[in-house]
Write a protein that binds this ligand. Structure first.
Ligand code: FES
Length: 67
């Protein structure tokens, strides 16, 4: 059993559950969690990579990425 799970929410963020650290592109820790972290999946958050709830303005997470 994995210590960390990632749950894709319907029309919402990725919930990372478990003990984890989120780092930026330079390796700096931007979040430390031993419970749940919500990562933006819609691209509209003003505090990326974290979800700030902006997805509630109409993000449709059911669309497939362009091929
Ligand atoms: S998924 Fe919540 S702001 Fe992008």
């Amino acid at each position: 059993m994995a210590d960390v799970t990632v749950q894709v929410l319907n029309n919402g963020p990725l919930l990372v559950k478990g003990t984890c650290a989120v780092t930026d592109h330079e390796g700096n820790t931007v979040a430390d969690s031993d419970s749940v972290v919500a990562l933006c999946r819609c691209g509209m958050s003003s505090s990326k990579p974290m979800c700030d709830g902006t997805h509630n303005t109409g993000f449709d997470g059911t669309l497939n990425p362009p091929s």
